[in-house]
Design a protein around this ligand. Sequence first.
Ligand SMILES: [Zn+2]
Length: 331
Amino acid sequence: MDDSRLYSTRQPKIYAILCAMADTYIVADIGGTQIRAALFPSYQTTPVKIVRTSTQGDGQEPLERLLNLIATIWPVSDRVVAIAVAAPGPSDPYEGIVFEAPNIPGWTNVPLKKHLQERFQTLATIGNDANLAAMGEWRYGAGKGHNHLLYVTVSTGIGGGVISDGKLLLGVRGLAGELGHITVDPNGPMCGCGKRGHLEAIASGPAISRWVADEISRGVPSILSSRVNFSAKDVAWAANENDLLAKTALKRAGTYLGIAFADFLHIFNPSAIIIGGGVSRSGSHLLVPLRNALREHVISEAYLEDLVITTAALGDEVGLMGALALAQTLA
Ligand SMILES: [Zn+2]
């Protein structure tokens, strides 16, 4: 038998195997308490598998836990086009290195992309979770159709991401978009990052509840004064009960957010600002002062024309959906 005949008889079999393989993406979201991973067929935005595990435990390193979790959803016969992982904290998306992950002790300069590629022998990419949340809301959530968009999450911290001209703004080392760490009061309270007067130190959830607690300790009356501990969610509840101190606290936070947002409008001129995180659900007690401050501090009404300010649509899924949007850029 000559070589050409051998080829002609084998080729259809190989072709049949290739046809049966569908393209998929695997994405993961690393949180302080939980790691989640999901398998998406290409061109689908609903995962066929989604799994989770705690970030730490069983004497296993978080990295090993992530890699093992991904292995559990690895498709038997389909092809994984790319893996994308949303990681907390500052990271280098070009080299795929997580510089530091808050709430995960020991995670310093982790070459995550290299580990993923070595273990799974496929394309891999990583991104900062707030940046990827911006991508998720842009592609699949409240920001669809807006190619100039800001995403700000107001939660335990304040993070953000900037979509500019249809691309995620990364900066030279991938560190752009830290919208919570801009100074709004140089003499203000200390921020979690160790610098003073950042937006996060004044308008994040813990900052709001801390301010209320300080005012109560100064003798200001509130229905929260009988509580030993309370959160920003409790402050929002108290505001809805018409508690003056709680309403003042949310007005203060909303005003500072509005001041910062005016700065963001001047720099990025977006058509949409998407607000995520638990504090964004505080309602009009926060959002009305925010809009008022924005209007007061913006240098031209033109920035506000057709500007959409809305709350995030994707909820807890935002990290995974952002990672999916990132994975698709590799295809
Ligand atoms: Zn800070």
